[in-house]
Design a protein around this ligand. Structure first.
Ligand code: ADP
Length: 292
């Protein structure tokens, strides 16, 4: 599986430029698409799933153009959009059966087997007869990923699936996607939460204002921030001014006031002890504190 994004551009009818000359190569495995709100992640995903036409450039999936080969590409896709609604009159199992029909599974017996297997995998077997729209937030999200994965798609696209989940559900959901996407498929996982991609994604792309700020492994991203993250001890009265001056990413109380961790901007001089960056700090180094 290979997705090739070439000079992709999207300008909405109101003139808003959501993607600018984006180039990106995506291989099999889990791919994290990271960026602040408004970066263009949803726009990119909607183009990939053929729901939106780009205004320039192209996307090739195994050599097929998403604009020209829509049908073929749709049959390879599983998609979990950001806003996902369930029909009110279907149980969990019925909903998944319906999703299997949409995914092209014609034989009832095949569907029954696939639905049961999928319900067990996402931990919803016990909830199979409950109305889908009455499930908890985390369970709905798991049903959402189940409908995206049923029918063995080769490309799975999930848009901000962890938003609104509590930390425990978020970890559970992340692990679920991680283990379920180990076949030779592309899984694209978009999020504005840095922690979502660190443990699960082989490669990540950082989008900012419709442009690519980084593409590579999470480790390489961390390496870029090496030498730019500092720990500094400040007195009780100095904290506010330090916060105003620098990108402060952690504030820890100490005996003499505060130990603060600062991500220095390019060329910025900070006197302090160098610390090994984590992915979140590397993100701040590249994108700035406000993600701009
Ligand atoms: P993200 O998913 O990273 O939050 P989006 O792709 O939703 O980003 O949005 C990218 C930019 O395009 C934002 O500035 C957003 O306001 C704008 N945008 C999104 N959809 C539309 C639309 N239908 N019409 C005009 N502008 C839009």
């Amino acid at each position: 599986m290979h997705i090739s994004i070439e000079s992709l551009e999207k300008i909405y009818p109101n003139g808003k430029r959501a993607l600018s000359k984006l180039n990106l190569e995506i291989e099999s495995g889990m791919f994290g698409l990271l960026g602040p709100n408004g970066a263009g992640k949803t726009t990119l995903m909607r183009i990939l799933v053929t729901l939106l036409e780009p205004t320039g450039g192209r996307v090739l999936v195994n050599g097929m153009d998403v604009k020209k080969d829509r049908r073929a590409i749709r049959s390879m896709l599983g998609y979990l959009p950001q806003e996902f609604k369930f029909f009110s009159r279907l149980t969990t199992a019925e909903f998944l059966d319906y999703s299997a029909v949409l995914a092209g599974m014609r034989k009832r017996a095949d569907r029954r087997r696939a639905v049961e297997e999928m319900l067990s995998q996402v931990g919803l077997f016990e909830a199979r007869d409950r109305m889908a729209n009455h499930l908890s937030g985390g369970m709905k999200r798991r049903l959402g990923i189940a409908q995206a994965l049923i029918g063995n798609p080769q490309i799975v696209i999930v848009d901000e699936p962890t938003t609104g989940l509590d930390p425990e559900e978020r970890i559970r959901f992340r692990n679920l996607i991680g283990t379920m996407s180990q076949r030779d498929i592309v899984t694209i996982f978009s999020t504005h939460i840095v922690g979502d991609v660190s443990s699960t994604c082989k490669n990540v792309a950082l989008l900012a204002k419709g442009e690519l700020a980084y593409c590579g492994t999470p480790d390489e991203l961390i390496r870029r921030a090496q030498g730019h993250v500092f720990r500094v001890s400040v007195g009780p009265d100095e904290l506010e001014s330090v916060k105003q001056r620098y990108a402060v990413v952690a504030t820890i109380p100490s005996e003499s006031g505060w130990d603060v961790e600062i991500v220095a901007r390019e060329g910025e001089d900070v006197r302090g002890e160098l610390v090994q960056p984590n992915l979140e700090q590397a993100y701040v180094y590249l994108m700035g504190r406000d993600g701009a």
